[in-house]
Design a protein around this ligand. Sequence first.
Ligand code: PLP
Length: 375
Amino acid sequence: MKISTRLIHEHNVKHESGAVIAPIIMATTFERKEDQLTFPQGYVYSRSDNPNRASLENKLAILEGGATAISFASGLAAATAVFQSLKSGDHIVMADDTYFTMRTIVNTLYAGFGLSYTLVDMTNLEELKNAIQPNTKLVWMESPSNPAIKITDLEAVVQIAKAHHCFTVADNTWATPFYTKPLALGVDIVLHSTTKYLGGHSDILGGALIFKEQNERTEFIKKVQQYSGAVPSPFDCWLLCRSLTTFTARMPIHSSNALKLAKYLEKEKKIDKVLYPGLPSHPQHTIAKKQMKGGYGGMLSIWVKGGQEPALKLCSLLKLFTHATSLGGVESLIEHRVSIESSDSKTPDNLLRISVGIEDINDLIADFKQALKLL
Ligand SMILES: *Cc1c(COP(=O)(O)O)cnc(C)c1O
């Protein structure tokens, strides 16, 4: 069966009433069986596990084609669990434009634990090879990257990482499994901020790790989840399961809208540059074409002619694109990235990042037309 069918029909929490939609099990604790030793369905206490969370994790594993999935209260809680599975003295190689809080986590939360990292341009495989040290354990990728929209050749990076006995993580939040399947390309762990496209409605915060195989690291990360308890609530899990039922219906609209908007913006004189993996002008378009199947996702970045002032003005002139952070919701957002990133950010001050929603594309283009006319 296809994934869209499986996400709707498999691993739902059932209710004795015959309710067609899964119930939410809010209970934090579960009664033992008559033998007074075991539990009817294995659930003991909700920090360790809960029916709605089990349902969500099964669906996430289906979605990425993984052996198992572990969910968290946010994307960064998921990332933190991966860093926690490293040992003092370990070294990480990370893409230089990885989601900016990833390195902040290593710098601040792990400052006393002896983890170090080197940032590289992942599109330059020689730079990656040169950055790997004898103590490098992890290679961290993100494709498309944020907000430079760089496309990493995941398969090529995995080959290099494996040759040096490193495990690999791919943050697949932006591409989503609808367009890229990192596990099938050899990546060990996929990370999601489920807050974005998997949630899809800008109303759930969540994160997940999906694993190619069950191994010692998977077991350790499961303990991080169960012992430290940065878990999504039953209601969040239920909402996310609900979002996943429409995931495969939403994604093609995001993607086709983004491609049409990118093509239109590329012709506009007041826009210097448009970065979208689906445009032949994109520097890694060939890799994107090979790696991304059926479309290029809903994210693009534009460089507004003239610097920060016209960029901010454009945000204020747009009526349908809300100036706000985050992405992946049904509504279109635009964001001046440098003013929200850390002080050492290299993002240009005229760059605007756009999360294209699923509104009618003609309305979205008309909104840009009226705004650019006034700019
Ligand atoms: C938002 C985001 C994160 C962080 O996830 P949270 O759910 O906000 O903790 C990580 N990676 C990428 C690519 C993101 O867009």
